[in-house]
Ligand binder design. Structure first.
Ligand code: ZN
Length: 332
């Protein structure tokens, strides 16, 4: 057993307090390989942004739990080496059982999400409360994120055909009875790169899909009921058209891609939303650059030359998000 403080990590409590009062959101970037982690830490050290490193159960299976934990420890040392001691959280994304959360907490995670949103309300309360009681009783307090409402879309092991919005009248009771530190809500974001069906969207003159706006009315109703309580948005990638086009230019096929416009996320980051999850945009940036290199330099076979440009692009993307979308730059 190991506690996150031994790895140099922090939980989300103080970071969220500052983010809510400062009107910005922390980036939560998923990682499961070296290049992604390098890009995240380089961008966050350069822009002086605290960061939440997210690991999904899919990432644990792909990369091995022990390796990921030690990579997070290495990330703390790497940020120091880069000259910016950014606070780093290691967070389990979409924990689906008490056992998984417990295992992560006992092996160095500083924060976990227990996603009981697919259960009945009462079952969600009971499961979330059980995780909170375990996480908060540790010598080093581990923070817990719960979820109310269901997001559509597919992400690793999480998928749902249908979404339903968070009901504002449930949030107060849920937060009080479970003791969670933050709450993921559903106001129209969605997992994956096809966040909406074309028939839910309009099109601009170039034929690019324009998604329906986020339900800020629901967010405001939630904020009224639990003022200042940290809110989390999942499925908040913007799915930049330039990456989709680059992937398609070099042989890929990503039809009907559509994300959440960045100006809407900026508006959300100004509110009690203090954690914004971005995964698909990183996947797109990497895929686009890998395809470009492979197409333009057909005799290249050094993985470093193939993944290096993708890593550079990822770093640019994350720095852009921190500075222009989340407002988390210069908050260290
Ligand atoms: Zn999610």
């Amino acid at each position: 057993m190991i506690s996150y403080t031994e790895l140099g990590l922090v939980n989300t409590v103080e970071l969220f307090k500052k983010a809510v009062s400062g009107g910005y959101a922390l980036p939560a970037y998923n990682f499961n390989n070296l290049e992604q982690l390098q890009a995240i830490i380089q961008a966050c050290a350069e822009t002086k942004s605290p960061v939440i490193l997210q690991v999904s159960s899919g990432a644990r299976k792909y990369a091995n739990q022990n390796l990921l934990k030690n990579m997070a420890k290495g990330a703390v040392e790497y940020a120091n080496e880069l000259g910016c001691n950014v606070p780093i959280v290691l967070h389990l994304d979409h924990g689906d059982s008490f056992e998984l959360c417990k295992d992560c907490i006992e092996t160095g995670f500083s924060s976990v999400m227990i996603d009981g949103s697919h259960y009945s309300y009462e079952e969600n309360v009971a499961l979330t409360k059980k995780v909170v009681e375990f996480a908060h009783s540790r010598k080093d307090y581990v923070s817990v994120e719960g979820e109310l409402g269901v997001l559509a879309g597919v992400e690793d092991d999480v998928s749902s055909e249908h979404s339903h919005y968070t009901q504002p009248e449930e949030v107060e009771d849920f937060v009080k009875r479970t003791g969670v530190d933050s709450l993921a809500i559903s106001i129209g974001t969605s997992h994956g790169r096809t966040k909406f069906k074309p028939e839910q969207c309009t099109r601009d003159p170039n034929g690019v899909l324009i998604p329906p706006p986020l339900r800020f009315d629901i967010l405001e109703a939630i904020e009224k009921r639990i003022p200042g309580f940290p809110i989390v948005l999942h499925g908040a990638s913007s799915v930049p058209v330039e990456y989709v086009q680059m992937v398609e230019k070099y042989g890929g096929k990503l039809s009907d891609s559509v994300g959440i416009p960045e100006e809407q996320l900026r508006r959300a980051a100004n509110s009690a939303v203090c954690k914004i999850n971005i995964d698909s945009d990183g996947r797109l940036a990497m895929t686009a650059l890998i395809r470009k290199v492979l197409a333009e330099i057909p005799d290249e076979f050094d993985p470093r030359k193939i993944l290096g440009p993708a890593r550079e692009e990822l770093k640019k993307l994350y720095a852009h998000k921190n500075i222009n979308v989340l407002g988390s730059a210069n908050r260290v």
